[in-house]
Write a protein that binds this ligand. Sequence first.
Ligand code: NAP
Length: 309
Amino acid sequence: MSNQVRIGKTNLYVNPIGLGTNAVGGHNLFQNLDEEAGRELVRTGIANGINFLDTAFIYGPKRSEEIIGEVVKEIGSRSQLVIATKAAHKFVGKDIVIDNSPSFLKQSVEESLQRLQTDYIDLFYIHFPDKDTPKDEAVGVLKQLKDEGKIRAIGVSNFSIEQLREANKDGYVDVYQGEYNLLSRDAEKELFPYAINNGISYIPYFPLASGLLTGKYNKNTNLEEKRGKFFQKETFEATLEKMEHIRDIANGKGAEVAHVVLAWYLTREAIDVIIPGAKRAEQVLNNLKTLEIQLTDAEIQEIDRVFQS
Ligand SMILES: NC(=O)c1ccc[n+]([C@@H]2O[C@H](COP(=O)([O-])OP(=O)(O)OC[C@H]3O[C@@H](n4cnc5c(N)ncnc54)[C@H](OP(=O)(O)O)[C@@H]3O)[C@@H](O)[C@H]2O)c1
């Protein structure tokens, strides 16, 4: 098993390569998703040393948490795993509203515990900020749940820097999860320094820019078949050019582009662990190879320079 790293100031120690599971049962996010492929990729990840799983109520909705609960039960490895989930989305009829009220967060934790078939959640995040709830009050109820042993660490996600400051007034925030990748580096300006100064671990989502940063696409890719902001023509073409620098570095190491990209994130001071997503077991296995490579200072700086926007 790889060396385990500590997530910020928590008592959670994990393989630095975790697993994002929005494509495990996330039928509302991905078309024609195969649940069995999702189960299999979670099993494969765990069998090969992944022990940090990232899910959320809204992936499915509910289905991702349910599948993870079932697979973990089947394998019987709950105590060796660190499971993170998130909530804030509330169904009001068919509409979804964002709710950070203490009562809704409390209810959400209870419901996630049931779907995950567990009696504690290692890391519970407020998934998105609402407009009304003071953020220190929202985090306050999570602190109570932590004291009761229902959750082990507190996270917030998609908060602005002001919302994060408010949320962390009493120093209770352990983890911040936000978008960060070589194409989206805004977090470096304020969120990273705040996280570093406050012992908060920054967990980046979309680390592979939904697959674009794996280097598997080229100028002949039919962009009409691809969804999402990273596949807009201009971003896509500019990225392909930059990726050639990464490809050279990867070739020099006998590695693949995705491994170099993922390894680069782990060199950021604010980041302890990453949670690349996957649709198939082979991708999970492939991303684990990141741990086999070491980037030199010159390579780290070159990637930094090429991807300065
Ligand atoms: N807090 C939030 O609001 C938030 C938002 C988004 C995501 N997240 C979390 O962050 C995690 C990561 O984000 P993400 O999964 O959306 O994006 P991502 O990690 O940037 O991209 C994952 C996608 O890249 C492709 N891929 C992965 N490994 C590959 C490999 N080795 N070779 C080739 N292709 C590969 C797969 O898609 P294809 O096979 O289709 O190419 C996979 O679904 C999510 O799973 C979720 O847990 C959180």
